[in-house]
Design a protein around this ligand. Sequence first.
Ligand SMILES: O=P(O)(O)OC[C@H]1O[C@H](OP(=O)(O)OP(=O)(O)O)[C@H](O)[C@@H]1O
Ligand SMILES: O=c1cc[nH]c(=O)[nH]1
Ligand SMILES: [Mg+2]
Length: 213
Amino acid sequence: MQVHVADHPLISHKLTKLRDERTDSPTFRRLADELVTLLAYEATRDVRVSPVDVKTPVAVAKGVRLTDPRPLVVPILRAGLGMLEGMQRLLPTAEVGFLGMVRNEETLEAVTYAERLPDDLTGRQCYVLDPMLATGGSLATAIDFLVKRGANHITAITLLAAPEGIARMEKELENINVPVNLVTAGLDEKLNELGYIVPGLGDAGDRLYGVVD
Ligand SMILES: O=P(O)(O)OC[C@H]1O[C@H](OP(=O)(O)OP(=O)(O)O)[C@H](O)[C@@H]1O
Ligand SMILES: O=c1cc[nH]c(=O)[nH]1
Ligand SMILES: [Mg+2]
């Protein structure tokens, strides 16, 4: 897995505000949205394009357009939903599939409770959105869904990642013959005993949408 940790002062500035425990939900949602658009610029560096000619008022220019089939964007519910609009701003014609997952807070295993993806993803490029890569269970499960349906290029975009989660992903991806990239705004120190990223930002879903249980 190729890991790219964003190194840009605006991303660091927004991430710092996002982490702050005093940041309220509306501000957290806006910052997450802005961060994703900045990360998406990097994450789509290898989006597939095909050559086209375009007629300007003056002459014919050589250009490119996104190759069909269009990329598939997959937010992992709940928290990944807070990243969807920011991604669609850069890739407005992408299709969107959904995966609902929740971590069992005792075992830390990811449980899938909803799935709405195209059946056939043969040859498709996919972008998975989830703000937090903690143990890596959720993202590894999501990638497994996409690879089993034929996706042949996957980029995960996260706001924060933990070294433990990256190590697990690398191990689980060893036998997968599909290139997987990770683009993240920050790589943190570790996980705590509850599986939370340290220093992290707390529970991303709760900070976006409120505490449900
Ligand atoms: O790497 P992992 O250890 O799997 O943890 C990361 C997952 O945990 C959070 O979701 P959560 O289970 O809190 O669900 P939510 O988005 O509905 O809040 C987060 O949004 C990730 O999906
Ligand atoms: O730190 C963490 C870990 C998992 N999920 C979150 O929302 N935050
Ligand atoms: Mg949560």
